[in-house]
Design a protein around this ligand. Sequence first.
Ligand SMILES: C[S@@+](CC[C@H](N)C(=O)[O-])C[C@H]1O[C@@H](n2cnc3c(N)ncnc32)[C@H](O)[C@@H]1O
Ligand code: SF4
Length: 448
Amino acid sequence: MLPTATMLDAKVPRYTSYPTAPHFHSGLGPETARQWISKLPAGKPVSLYLHIPFCDRLCWFCACHTKQTLRYEPVSAYLRVLQAEIATIGRLLDGHVPVGAIHLGGGSPTMLRPNDLIALGAYLRNALHVLPDADISIEIDPNDMDDQRLDALAEFGTTRASLGIQDFDPRVQEAINRLQSFEQTAYAVDGARARGINSVNLDLLYGLPHQTVESATATFRQALHLAPDRMALFGYAHVPWMKKHQTQIKDEWLPDGMERYAQSEAVRALALDAGYRAIGIDHFAMPGDTLTLASIQGRLRRNFQGYSADQCDAIIGLGPSAISQFAQGYLQNTPATGDYTRRIEDEGLATVRGVALSEDDRVRRWVIEKLMCDFRFSSDDAIRRFGALAGDVIMQAKHLAAMESDRLCEWRDHGFDVTPKGRPFVRLIAARFDTYFSAAPTRHSAAV
Ligand SMILES: C[S@@+](CC[C@H](N)C(=O)[O-])C[C@H]1O[C@@H](n2cnc3c(N)ncnc32)[C@H](O)[C@@H]1O
Ligand code: SF4
């Protein structure tokens, strides 16, 4: 069966959290953050996410929270404020809660001058108890890279590098205002590896303007020459009502739902053929990769950075717009850098919104994460974790499976399964368990 146009054009969340960010609300601030941090179990590692909201170029397709700047002064000023936030978190964790993973995202963290990146690393290790074997990952814009920056990545202690490619086709690159040669990308990958950074991820997109099955698969084949350990294949999220610069991309340049589906399926087939294992909805990893092992062993996690093998339950987000995740719920910093600066200077933290989880939210958060990671959840597992509270969601899953005429999901072996046919539409299936989504639909990107 081919997917219907309704399925392909449906707009649903990407479920990197539950409830999703549009359902966060005001009323949760630094007081809640201090309280939730104080409840973190001593000795159990947490993860940190540090947001760098700057880029030295602006790609028209980009949906990240970033600002283009050609001057470095705003970046230096920002780093001083970020240090103040790190210092606050350091005082709150008080050495009792170690840091097991640090992710530097953006924007483009590689915009930082080499000495600033090294100084940031030293500051983090001074203010916090960063474990010696902590996972340190960084998002890299290959166009930023030179020998000094590559050296700085190594000195920062980077263990994983994630590089943006998107597409190598010149026509596509021109339409998204992102010129990037294969040679410059290869230089960044090889340079990272030569400095001992052994885990390399590459980001690819489908559904971009002027992209075709041929151009998407040609890009994939080129990327394969770089022998990445992991690849992410995201569908381009066209959300011009949220990101004004995306209006530079004309609607008529975009492939339709059926073409997007064909592109993603073609690249997917090549990835599997090349020996990668599919991870969740949009990742591929080599057989021995930690992401693959986590996926096989049912330990794969999904958070704001996508899929992760990181087992830390709590993530503390620093920087404007950064989201923190706790057992109690989610908290988000103010998005505007000016407001963030004022709040950090006044209160040491910049939390302005979030959501505290109800008991029902906790069950559904687990179910949706399981579906997005494993395409399945077992009723025994749900009952073991949540007792009688799991009853509603199990009943709903059985009902959904019984009503499903296209066999996209089924109830089998005491569990709810998304069938191989249903996997490309797992976001649509997850949305059926999302009480907020059915109550108040908001605008999202295409499901496929
Ligand atoms: C912070 S960027 C990666 C690092 C670096 N800034 C770069 O561009 O190379 C994060 C990734 O998000 C993805 N991304 C950004 N905007 C997107 C959109 N509108 N739809 C889907 N993925 C998007 C891209 O694959 C991009 O590589
Ligand atoms: S894709 Fe990367 S480099 Fe381009 S604007 Fe977005 S964050 Fe910046």
